[in-house]
Design a binder for this molecule. Structure first.
Ligand SMILES: NC(=O)c1ccc[n+]([C@@H]2O[C@H](COP(=O)([O-])OP(=O)(O)OC[C@H]3O[C@@H](n4cnc5c(N)ncnc54)[C@H](OP(=O)(O)O)[C@@H]3O)[C@@H](O)[C@H]2O)c1
Length: 349
């Protein structure tokens, strides 16, 4: 790995964002595939506190998420504390938008140096050379993203707290940890954006709910929104509704996988090859989602349109209805939201 130390003094380039609307290709044949790897521009900022690999970063290039808002917003540095899969998804999304230079992004974790080197090598982001550098980079960040597991959060945030201050926006992706608890652990009231992203963020098709503490400014709100729009869509909700967001979109991908498993199994049991059953199911789910998106019609209306009286679809839907499938799925959403509340309450203890 071609890793190098670089020098201080040059201030980092301010990031800028464009205000283009997120558009998606109409060709759904491409939607299931990871986008081609594309080399993005490197930044020319330096700091003696950071290590970068110095090469052009190679990242997944999702054309559906390029060019995000907004030209007035700019930051010098964003730090990710916790460098796991969610942090990587957001880092990749941010670099893809082009509004922030890769070296303005800092990642730190607890102990896995190899993982940090891997991220630096893949995305040309900055990683600290030592503890002092780590502290300095975090303190000088405009935005600090908390991206460790809930079980590690209390200790990690308590350790981090002396480095945090009121000019920073704190963004948490930690499931269940509410703004009140975060503030208590930090020990001072800072601007906090609490978010609930989902796994599809890793391919730029995430769905994220965000709520804000009172101290978050309008500009910080836009920044938080912009960051998560780089990996999908965003909905702003009151904090108690983040548990419902968890029930709908946080856990939601698993519900769809579950339905897909059942459709594939049904196809195989009726004689299709596993590959054919999987491919047909996958394309059906993609196509159905895209139909809702592109036609703007309600799912119920689209369902009615494909259900001929006495036909095959009606026969299948009647069987589902007689087994209360809609009720079951709707109750599952509520149960997941309730479980999110339970886990959140446990974290407060
Ligand atoms: N993955 C998802 O789809 C998803 C969706 C919604 C929300 N979330 C939330 O995102 C958060 C991260 O999830 P993940 O899947 O990305 O986790 P992950 O892959 O396990 O990564 C966790 C990271 O946290 C770091 N860490 C642990 N303790 C730390 C400390 N004291 N100081 C600094 N870093 C520390 C770990 O570093 P070491 O490896 O060095 O220990 C690791 O880099 C979780 O709170 C989760 O609830 C995830």
């Amino acid at each position: 790995m071609d890793t190098m130390n670089t020098n201080t003094t040059n201030e980092m380039n301010k990031a800028s964002m464009t205000n283009d609307v997120n558009t998606m290709s109409s060709d759904c044949r491409h939607a299931a595939k990871h986008r081609e790897l594309g080399a993005l521009r490197g930044a020319d900022n330096d700091a003696d506190t950071v290590m970068t690999n110095g090469a052009n970063p190679t990242v997944m290039n999702d054309s559906s998420n390029m060019d995000k808002p907004n030209s007035k917003l700019s930051i010098d540095r964003i730090s990710f504390v916790g460098a796991g899969s969610m942090a990587e998804a957001i880092i990749r999304g941010l670099i893809n938008t082009g509004w922030i230079a890769s070296r303005q992004i800092v990642a730190v974790n607890r102990s896995n140096a190899e993982r940090l080197q891997q991220l630096a090598s893949l995305y040309d982001i900055s990683i600290p050379t030592d503890e002092a550098a780590r502290d300095q980079l975090i303190t000088s960040s405009d935005i600090v993203v908390l991206a460790m597991k809930p079980k590690d959060a209390a200790q990690a945030i308590a350790d981090l707290a002396p480095r945090l201050h009121e000019r920073q926006l704190i963004i948490s992706v930690i499931a269940g940890l509410n703004i009140g608890s975060l503030t208590r652990i930090i020990g001072k009231p800072l601007p906090i954006a609490r978010t609930m992203p989902n796994t599809s963020s890793s391919i730029g098709l995430g769905a994220t709910g965000i709520s804000f503490s009172e101290r978050v400014t309008d500009v910080q709100r836009q920044l938080a929104q912009t960051i998560f729009e780089s990996v999908g869509i965003v909905r702003i909700v009151e904090e108690p509704l983040l548990d419902v967001v968890t029930g709908v979109s946080g856990s939601g991908p698993a519900y769809i996988y579950y339905v897909m498993e059942a459709m594939i199994r049904g196809g195989i049991e009726c004689g299709l090859s596993p590959d054919a059953a999987k491919d047909l199911t996958l394309q059906t789910v993609l196509g159905a989602a895209r139909m809702v998106q592109e036609t703007g019609e309600e799912p119920a209306e689209l369902r009615r349109k494909v259900t001929s009286p006495g036909g095959t679809t009606q026969a299948a839907l009647e069987l589902m209805a007689s087994n209360d499938l809609q009720e079951t799925i709707s109750n599952a959403v509520k149960r997941a939201a309730e479980r999110a509340r339970e886990l959140g309450a446990a974290l407060e203890k």
